[in-house]
Design a protein around this ligand. Structure first.
Ligand code: OOB
Length: 555
């Protein structure tokens, strides 16, 4: 079907589906100079003009200037439009860290189409959910990811969903199956096709870590997101001399905008793409490209620290590296204190969330503040409350639930009214599910979590999502998934399972989950068969008791 014969259902996302900011807040954010009216397509044109001949992206032997990136995005936009992708359409982007990812998202922005960001580790279960909940018309994926064939996955997803009309493959599309090679879409740019989205409309969707039910779609607007990008880039001191190593998956909020690849492109710097964050790959790129800034999760930081301390990379010149950002999960002070002496650079802790709020330690914070806190918000307009179970503020310095509201924190998930009623207060504060306390410096310290989620080295796992997959096994009567402390990942998952009838082997249960197409990081690290779950006074499963049991040594 071409663009002309399909009914155009595409328009800006209906405000009834995404809870825009109330007008008085939007006015205040504009008056403060945060929401400038800049949009993603304008961002690309502007930076391409200003930094035309500078290197925007390095992907292995591939190096594109800003002008080249824009030209490629414009060319791809034309091809995507001719394929049938139109303004307002949702397109699931499931790509590893490659230059193709950058040209794809900017091509979609050109057309006013909305990327829906999957993680490369996502599989059938997650992609089906993303396509269905966004009603996506297209999926852009790669040919393979290591030994895994993403084409076969894409064909399966297309067969099992209703809205998906196109599958675009970066790399070898193979014969048959009706997959469209990304390369075949290159066409002479046709500016008549360019969209001019309003800055206060939804530009793309991020995905939540998930607590109850399935992960939710997070609607982010041009205005709010680009404010967080520009402010992050300024706060982190980015400029044309910044060389950023993207070691985490680019579609995650941290390497995307904190300040991430968008912050670097905003400032005219260079984004170097790492296919994986291993010390061998990443440290070699730091040396080769004279990287000045990178962002990692705590387990990766510890791997780098160990590798450099052991001397396995002693020949490497890492002297260009000025800042190592660590975030996404708790980074223990003992590890944090090793960063400066071992890597010879400054540590910056980042505590953020795809829903909005991002906290940074600042370069001029004293060492103890940098190593012991998770920073403070970007904006003077980020409102922070630390409250007890009844939403009453706790005394300063005491731990409590973190609630927040501000110029780049969403007011609601996409099409999730019931979930929104639980996740937001009546006056629009987002319940982060994190337990924090205020440090005497004014920075926040994350001390725990109230949401039913496992943070496996920065990868978020909604307990209920995994429990539902386990419950689908015919021999399972009940399942409860909890976090187990782990010295390397911070947390791993343990699934407690009550069976009915014959007990499956652990291996059989895990294979069952894999066959359902669950991302590998969500497959439980441990399975314990039990007769019954401990219960709370009101008869609910006591996850607290399960966590306590699982954390005991020798269990
Ligand atoms: C980042 O975003 P998400 O959406 O994957 O996860 C958010 C959650 C937070 O609510 C918190 O529970 C946890 O991840 N978290 C941290 C943390 N940073 C995130 N917990 C302890 N210490 C930290 N430094 O993870 C994210 C988004 C933007 C920037 C950085 C991280």
């Amino acid at each position: 079907m071409g663009p002309d014969d399909r009914p155009r259902t595409s328009r800006p996302v209906d405000p009834a589906d995404w809870t825009p900011w109330p007008e008085e807040f939007a006015d205040a954010y504009r008056a403060a100079g945060y929401w400038t009216g800049e949009t993603f397509p304008a961002f690309l044109s502007d930076r391409a003009a200003r930094f035309a001949d500078r290197t925007a992206v390095v992907d292995g032997p591939t190096r594109w200037t800003y002008a080249e990136l824009a030209r490629r995005a414009d060319s791809l936009a034309t091809g995507l439009s001719r394929l049938g992708v139109a303004e307002g359409d949702r397109v699931v982007v499931h790509l590893p860290n490659t230059a193709a990812l950058l040209e794809t998202v900017f091509a979609l922005f050109r057309l006013g189409a909305l990327p829906v960001y999957a993680l490369p580790a996502h599989r059938r279960s997650e992609l089906l959910h993303l396509v269905d909940s966004a009603q996506a018309v297209a999926l852009v994926t790669s040919d393979t990811q290591g030994a895994f064939d993403c084409r076969a996955l894409a064909v399966q997803v297309r067969e099992e969903t209703e809205s998906l009309e196109h599958v675009v493959i970066a790399g070898e599309a193979g014969d048959g199956d009706g997959l469209t090679p990304l390369e075949s879409l290159r066409a002479e740019p046709d500016p008549a096709l360019w969209a001019g989205p309003a800055p206060d409309t939804v530009a793309f969707f991020q995905i939540s870590g998930g607590t109850t039910g399935l992960p939710k779609l997070i609607p982010r607007t041009h205005d709010d997101y680009l404010y967080s990008v520009r402010a992050s880039a300024d706060l982190c001191g980015l400029g044309p001399d910044t060389v950023y190593l993207a070691a985490l998956p680019l579609t995650h909020n941290f390497p995307m905008s904190s300040p991430g690849f968008l912050g670097v492109l905003h400032a005219g710097g260079t984004v170097v793409l790492a296919p994986d964050p291993s010390p061998a790959t990443a440290l070699a790129l730091v040396e080769r490209e004279r990287v000045t800034l990178t962002a990692v999760v705590p387990p990766v930081a510890m791997l780098w620290l160990d590798a450099v301390e052991r001397g396995s990379h002693s020949g490497r010149d890492l002297s260009s590296l000025r800042t190592l950002q660590v975030g996404g999960a708790a980074f223990l002070p003992e590890a944090a204190r090793r960063v400066a002496p071992v890597l010879g650079c400054t540590l910056q802790q980042v505590f953020g969330m795809a829903e909005g709020l991002v906290n940074y330690t600042r370069h001029d914070d004293p060492d103890d503040v940098t190593t012991e806190t998770q920073g403070r918000p970007i904006s003077a307009h980020d409102e922070i409350l630390v409250v007890d179970d009844d939403d009453r503020p706790v005394p300063d310095g005491e731990p409590g639930h973190l609630l927040t509201r501000g110029p780049y924190t969403i007011r609601g998930y996409y099409r999730a009214p019931e979930h929104n009623a639980r996740s937001f207060t009546a006056d629009g504060f987002y319940r982060t599910g994190d337990i924090v306390r205020r440090h005497p410096s004014g920075n926040l310290v994350v001390t725990g979590r109230a949401k039913d989620q496992i943070n496996r080295g920065g990868e978020k796992i909604g307990a209920e999502e995994v429990e539902n997959h386990i419950l689908a096994h015919p021999a399972v009567h009940d399942a409860s998934v909890v976090a187990v402390p782990d010295p390397y990942l911070g947390e791993r998952t343990c699934a407690y399972v009550v069976v009915r009838g014959e007990r499956p082997t652990r291996g059989a249960l895990l294979s069952f989950l894999r066959e359902r197409g669950l991302a590998a990081y969500k497959i439980p690290d441990r399975v314990e068969f039990v007769d019954a779950f401990p219960s709370t006074a009101v008869g609910k499963v006591s996850k607290r008791d399960l966590r306590r049991t699982s954390a005991q040594p020798g269990t």
